[in-house]
Ligand binder design. Sequence first.
Ligand SMILES: [Fe+2]
Ligand SMILES: [Fe+2]
Length: 193
Amino acid sequence: MLPYEDIKEKLRTMLSPHRFAHSLGVEDMAVRLAERYGADVEKVRIAALVHDCAKEIPEEELIDRAHEYGLQLDEISIVEKALIHGPLGAKIAQAYFGIDDEEILHAIALHTTGGKDMNLIDKIIYLSDFIEEGRKYDGVAYLRELAFEDLNTALIKSFDNTIQYVVSLNSLLHPNTIFARNSLLMETRKMGE
Ligand SMILES: [Fe+2]
Ligand SMILES: [Fe+2]
């Protein structure tokens, strides 16, 4: 894996200033959450920094690039191409930055849709993307507070927001988003028993 500073400088050349600033915001939030919940801070830092490394690949190239890396695309991602930047980002992170850590790659791959049985790093990356300090939407301040009090409940709220938003746009909802929300609900109910 490239040293942290090299990853950062290379990433800067791959993203617009706006997206790069977002990436640093996600890194900052993810590190704070990792410290709060006892996750591996260095893995979380790298996953957060590079999570959007495939975000600015032009839409018309996404499918070809995904095939180049041997990714199998499901029918939803072929229509909602923006979803591809998650799994493709994991491949690019490996190829461009030499990141081989499975946990880091998994969290990058899952950050757009979420998925069933997300582990702690997956959860922190997904949520940090949603609540980093540069994000501005109604309720974000509350969600930031909640994230430090109850990670799973904050995630469920994020998935609720995402699902409502996707429905309001009349867009396709990826099944992994439903799996993610369901498994979080089941997890929190088990903890409450
Ligand atoms: Fe993203
Ligand atoms: Fe992002």
